[in-house]
Design a binder for this molecule. Structure first.
Ligand code: HPA
Length: 236
């Protein structure tokens, strides 16, 4: 057993979906998986393994923010041998071309987190990027399904409530960084360090520029579209 995912080796599939919210993990397993089995409920951070179109697949809640996310991703890769990890979450749009309810694929993940500064030191600035193969497949699957999709850079912030938020948003806007979320930079960095395929997919839940938000019902529909894209990307 690993420390935070209390399951035996072999109970998690090589392909794992990673929502922040453990209740979303339960929703994904019960909506999309055949014969789902819950392998973890330690700290309420549910993980399930089941089948999708004949393929073995898992879903694991990660909590919010990079320190929490990193614990689950490290254990999935190092202890359970997971090889393809797709984060499925929500993001805020900071760009007028990225609309509420769209699916967004993070092509790179900028960050204000101290995690990589601590890892790499002050003179090496690593650029966290996803697996090109997974990113390409996700884009292709979204277009094929007629789901509006945008690909661009995101910002993985350490603080949801940040006194310097406006200043950071202005910098992001200048640099063409389209969306804000809180985990992708750590996922992409672990992908590079541990030689596994990673991708972060989002549905746009709020517009940072206008303050508009999606309703809970809309979030469910667009969320399901994104899960379908993620599952197809694993196995196409
Ligand atoms: N900021 C950070 N994370 C988020 C946001 C946001 O605006 N929306 C959804 N997740």
């Amino acid at each position: 057993m690993s420390t935070h995912i209390t399951a035996e080796k072999g109970m998690v599939a090589e392909c794992v979906l990673l929502p922040g919210d453990p209740l979303r993990a339960e929703h994904i397993a019960s909506t999309f998986f055949k014969n789902p089995v819950k392998y973890n409920e330690t700290r309420g951070m549910y993980g399930f393994t089941g089948e999708w179109n004949g393929h073995r697949v898992s879903v694991q809640g990660t909590g919010m923010g990079m320190p929490s996310f990193s614990i689950y991703a490290n254990e999935l890769i190092d202890f359970f041998g997971c090889k393809k990890l797709i984060r499925v979450g929500t993001c805020g749009s900071n760009n007028k071309n990225l609309k509420l309810r769209d699916v967004f694929i993070a092509q790179s993940a900028n960050t204000d987190s101290g995690m990589n500064a601590d890892r790499f030191g002050s003179s090496f600035h690593f650029a966290p990027v996803p697996s090109f193969s997974l990113m390409y497949k996700a884009y292709e699957e979204a277009v094929k399904a007629g789901i509006p999709v945008t690909v661009g850079p995101c910002f993985s912030s350490d603080k949801f409530y940040d006194d310097r938020h406006d200043e950071k948003m202005a910098m992001m806007h200048k640099l063409g960084i389209m969306a804000e979320e809180m985990e992708a930079a750590e996922l992409y960095t672990l992908g590079a360090l541990k030689n596994v395929e990673t991708l972060a997919l989002f549905t746009v839940s709020d517009d940072i520029l206008t303050g508009e938000q999606t309703t809970a019902k809309e979030r469910q529909t667009t969320f399901n579209n994104m899960i379908e894209i993620a599952l197809r990307s694993f196995f196409s």
